[in-house]
Write a protein that binds this ligand. Structure first.
Ligand code: FAD
Length: 507
């Protein structure tokens, strides 16, 4: 063992949730907090550049996971990028800011997440935001996360917004992060600073507290195992510079390694489905069958149209938005479709997307998937990637959602407001729509739900995010969501981090 240290708290991973936790726990002088992050510092110049993040995908700042072959996608394996860097996903993501739908949180509480109400979520969102549109019943100012309304002028599309409004949706400048998320067309919000640079978890929560003497942040430190003694977490083991280290905790270990790796770490430490642990000869601490189950992810499919004239290429990937519920049989369910619109091919994607002339893209995002998957161990070697099997488009209902969305896209494309832009459908065009959807569908990189909270036997943490059956151990990240939110997940992960930290501190 190269070193053994002692802390009050150890936080594993500093992505969206872990960074907030580290910030709040170390706010009290004298409380010793260590953050162990497997990735490196957030220093690459592409991070700050709002169009640069695409260049980070596949780089050393990315875990570069891959799914198992997906039968619902014609047997394709999907690259599953995940941030391996200070700030985690917030350092390499597309910066879209979507808080989720009121009904998502109704669903969480119905599934046993007591107290995780919409009202509690909004209160937390208001505290963390610095919204450029000003303070209101739904928005906050003065918080650490700068939220801006589509700051890329080339991205804004009055054709899409007016077209959707012509069909009867509210708009054309609907605030989907306000009183009602669905059935209004508006501009997308982004976590981008007033300086035009990415406002990541590193920028918002870690950079301002670098000088705290009670906070230790180690990068390149991959946690390989939780140390558990008599069903109590007493520390963690990690690798740094090729050497094995241990750190002991006086109070708690907080696992914030993200929805693909938090369950992996629990299983490596003997917490998980007994048959998984037996298979890999890992001594059992607690049989928790839900660890790694309930994997949910958002799925994207692009529908493309030829446009009339060459417009400036935007830097952001998309910027105009409409949430709808395509399932007429469940009108009270949260929206299942997030329809995004991009009026010209974004500059960061120009080398990847060649439509032989000007084109615009409707990006359809399945946001309430019925297909649910798993994260399991590949081996007992902590450095092996997990087996990720999301079962994309396994449920028929998910394909139907895309087919209904294509009908909506075609209706918007033929509105009066949109007519000038539409010079014909390029994709799917004459290709069979279902075949196209299965051939094109891919991840939106929003894994959630693999250590879900609740009280039933498949839940992993209780509503205070404490792991069932193990003392002094919490999971605080996107994995605890009982059901993935309707829309990009980062805001909810920050909210989980903030509320989780308050719970540790006794709030
Ligand atoms: C390419 C991409 C684009 C995205 N676009 C958007 C978007 O536009 N809007 C949006 O809302 N969401 C987006 N997301 C999703 C969003 O970033 C995530 O929901 C969010 O970051 C998840 O937060 P988290 O705290 O659960 O985990 P993460 O942010 O993933 O943080 C987990 C951290 O733990 C570290 N870690 C993992 N295992 C270990 C270990 N064993 N030891 C030490 N450290 C470890 C990781 O390196 C990482 O830094 C995107 C994600 C990606 C990858």
């Amino acid at each position: 063992m190269a070193s053994e240290e002692s802390m009050d708290y150890v936080v594993v991973g500093c992505g969206a949730a872990g960074s907030v936790v580290a910030n709040r726990l170390s706010a009290k002088p004298g409380t010793r907090v260590m953050v162990l992050e497997a990735g490196g510092p957030a220093t690459d110049p592409n991070i700050a550049d709002i169009g640069g993040f695409v260049r980070l995908w596949g780089s050393a700042l990315d875990w570069k996971f891959s799914t198992e072959a997906q039968p619902g996608l014609g047997g394709r394996q999907i690259t599953f990028n995940q941030g391996k860097v200070v700030g985690g996903g917030t350092t390499i993501n597309a910066m879209m800011w979507v808080r989720g739908n009121r009904r998502n949180f109704d669903c969480w509480t119905a599934l046993g997440a007591d107290g995780w109400t919409y009202e509690a979520a909004v209160a937390e969102y208001k505290k963390m935001e610095d919204f450029e549109g000003g303070a209101s019943e739904y928005h906050g100012v003065g918080g650490p996360i700068s939220v801006r309304v589509c700051p890329d002028a080339a991205m804004r599309s009055e054709e899409f917004l007016a077209g959707a409004t012509e069909l009867g949706y509210d708009g054309p400048h609907w605030d989907y992060n306000g009183a009602r998320q669905e059935n209004g067309a508006g501009l997308l919000h982004f976590h981008i600073g007033k300086d035009g640079k990415r406002c990541s978890a590193a920028v918002a929560y870690l950079d301002p507290i670098r000088g705290r003497p009670n906070l230790t942040l180690k990068t390149g430190a991959e946690v390989t195992r939780l140390l558990i003694d008599a069903k109590r977490a007493v520390g963690v083991e990690y690798q740094l510079d090729g050497k094995r280290h241990q750190v002991r905790v006086e109070r708690e270990v907080i696992v914030s390694a993200g929805a693909l790796q938090s369950p992996k770490l629990l299983m490596l430490s003997g917490i998980g489905p007994v048959e998984q642990l037996n298979k890999h000869n890992i001594p059992l601490v607690v049989d928790l069958p839900g660890v790694g189950r309930n994997l949910q992810d958002h799925v994207q499919v692009p529908f493309v149209f030829r446009t009339a004239t060459l417009r400036p290429n935007p830097q952001l990937l998309t910027g105009n938005i409409l949430f709808v519920n395509t399932r007429t049989s469940t009108p009270d369910a949260p929206p299942d479709m997030q329809l995004l619109f991009t009026p010209a091919v974004p500059t960061p994607l120009m080398s990847a997307l060649n439509f032989g002339g000007p084109a615009c893209i409707f990006l359809a995002i399945l946001i309430q998937p019925e297909s649910v998957g798993t994260v399991t161990l590949r081996s007992s070697d902590p450095l092996d990637p997990p087996i990720v099997n999301p079962n994309y488009l396994y449920a028929r209902a998910d394909v139907e959602t895309f087919l209904e969305t294509l009908k909506l896209v075609r209706r918007i494309a033929t509105t009066k407001a949109f007519k000038e832009l539409n010079r014909g459908e390029l994709a799917p065009g004459s290709v069979d729509p279902e075949a196209f959807i299965r051939a094109q569908a891919s991840t939106l990189w929003h894994p959630a739900g693999t250590c879900r909270m609740g009280h039933d036997q498949n839940s992993v943490v209780d509503p205070r995010l404490r792991v069932h059956g193990v003392e002094a151990l919490r999971v605080i990240d996107g994995s605890v969501m009982p059901k993935v939110t309707s829309g990009n997940t980062v805001a909810a992960c920050y909210m989980i981090g903030a509320r989780g930290a308050d719970m540790i501190l006794g709030g």
